[in-house]
Design a protein around this ligand. Structure first.
Ligand code: ADP
Ligand code: ASP
Ligand code: MG
Length: 438
């Protein structure tokens, strides 16, 4: 029988009203058999996600405070949903077990994961689907990385035993059985894992926007929906801040070549975005989208005659590696080399890095500039298209924005520019307006 795997995000499952929309979507298509659920998200702008409430609860327990005031608010969120759906179902026993575990100092990941665990139990009861606990079918290795093959072997067997099921997102288990979560937003990854294990024809990712938009809707007013995007383009955009889909969510489905369809729970009639292995049609706007992130620093290293010193780059990168820092970009000139890193990764160790860099490289001058934003202009149709970079730079020049760094990979799939953080919104808007004409 044909099968679709679905994932509903936090805002799609934040209240009873949203649960009703979800049930209507699931029931509208008989092949929608496996559903991954997030924890209840925000019901309105000022609301708090249940996952955040759970992290607070964990912190309180660690400080040996009474967790009751924290946990009772969480219970209330679930009980409100259960009663408004008219379900003859209680989570009271689960609440007691979880409270006991948290106050007896169980792990932070276990605590955070209970948001999806409880919500999935409610959704399974409401849909009349089976409940499959992710701890029995999603596994991490001893070193904390996701164990893709073991998971796929076990989970595909489990799914065969359940014609229809709800599976909580965000977590799995370690070899010793303890619960471990993915990074924030990780239910998108679970959805992808389930789609692969079910050999689904499509992975539908249901959220609160009508697909992947050409730019962040919080920064650019009313950006267009991207109809079709490739896995590679999506990876570039999501890594660079288009957070609608977790940037690691494409890996499981990519292997199985299952397309992802991003859809809007609040507007199910809209077709959303299809994410596919390859796209045969070029993009009408040349660029597919633009995304960015703030919070980067640039370490500048100057040394005369650097270009003729064999192994200079290796010494620089060794210092970065010694401090366990990941670097984003490595722009360089004849006598200068720069390393772009996330500010949060170097903040506490910046002096150590500079001192060791001086010692190891014998540089003439080293400084660190903070407040850098990175913006990626991404598009399969930019490949071998003359003039795209020129248009980006002209648009930024005309908007009075100074470009501090430029990077283009040889795939030509993206152009990355570094600008001052205060120019971030202006940069996204200038690029969007240059390429998208209504
Ligand atoms: P969910 O709770 O369903 O997982 P998220 O909040 O994680 O949803 O992701 C959806 C949000 O991503 C949107 O509400 C939007 O504000 C934000 N977003 C950022 N960049 C983009 C983009 N390029 N396209 C669509 N949404 C984006
Ligand atoms: N609930 C988790 C979070 O808030 C995972 C998710 O929503 O995807 O990050
Ligand atoms: Mg999300």
């Amino acid at each position: 029988m044909a099968v679709k795997a679905l994932k509903f995000g936090g805002s799609s499952l934040a209240s009873a009203e949203q649960f009703k929309k979800v049930a209507e979507i699931v029931k509208a298509d008989d092949t929608r058999r496996y559903v991954v659920a997030s924890a209840p998200g925000k019901r309105s702008a000022g609301d708090i996600k249940v996952t955040d409430m759970l992290y607070e609860c964990f912190k309180a327990a660690r400080k040996k405070q009474d967790i009751e005031p924290y946990f009772s608010k969480i219970e209330q969120r679930y009980n409100d949903i259960i009663s408004a759906l008219g379900l003859n179902f209680s989570l009271d026993e689960e609440f007691e077990k979880i409270k006991f575990a948290i106050s007896h100092h169980v792990g932070e990941d276990y605590t955070a994961s209970r948001g999806e665990y409880l919500n999935s139990m409610i959704l399974a009861a409401y849909l009349g689907y089976d409940f499959i606990d992710a701890e029995n079918g999603i596994f991490f290795k001893e070193n904390g990385t996701f164990d893709s093959e073991h998971t796929n072997d076990v989970l595909s067997e489990i799914l065969k035993e359940h014609e229809r099921a709800v599976i909580p997102g965000f977590y799995g288990s370690m070899p010793n059985g303890t619960i471990k979560t993915f990074s924030r937003g990780g239910s998108d990854i679970t959805g992808s894992i389930v789609a692969r294990a079910a050999d689904a024809e499509v992975y539908e990712n249901w959220t609160d926007v009508s697909g992947m938009l050409m730019a962040d809707p919080r920064v650019v007013n009313n950006p267009k929906v991207i109809n079709v995007i490739t896995y590679s383009e999506l990876r570039e955009l999501s890594y660079m801040g288009a957070t609608v889909l977790h940037d690691e969510a494409i890996f499981p489905v990519r292997e199985a070549r299952i397309p992802i369809n991003i859809r809007n729970t609040n507007a199910p009639e809209e077709h959303g975005t299809m994410i596919v292995p390859f796209a045969d049609k070029p993009n009408e706007n040349i660029i597919t989208g633009v995304a960015g992130k703030v919070g980067f620093s640039i370490i500048n290293i100057d040394k005369s005659m650097m270009n003729s010193e064999v192994g200079f780059g290796k010494k620089v990168l060794k210092v970065i590696e010694n401090h366990d820092v990941c670097f984003e970009h490595l722009p360089s000139g004849i006598d200068t080399m720069s390393v772009v890193v996330s500010t949060s990764e170097i903040d506490a160790i910046r002096e150590d890095i500079v001192n060791e860099m001086f010692r190891k490289t014998k540089a003439d001058f080293i400084n660190i500039e903070d407040g850098l934003a990175l913006v990626a202009v991404v598009g399969r149709s930019m490949v071998q298209q003359v003039g795209t970079a020129g248009r980006v730079f002209t648009a930024l020049g005309n908007a009075g924005i100074n470009i501090k760094m430029i990077d283009q990979g040889s795939s030509e799939l993206s152009i990355i520019v570094g600008v001052k953080e205060e120019d971030y919104a202006k940069t996204l808007n200038a690029i969007y307006t240059e390429f998208v004409k209504d």
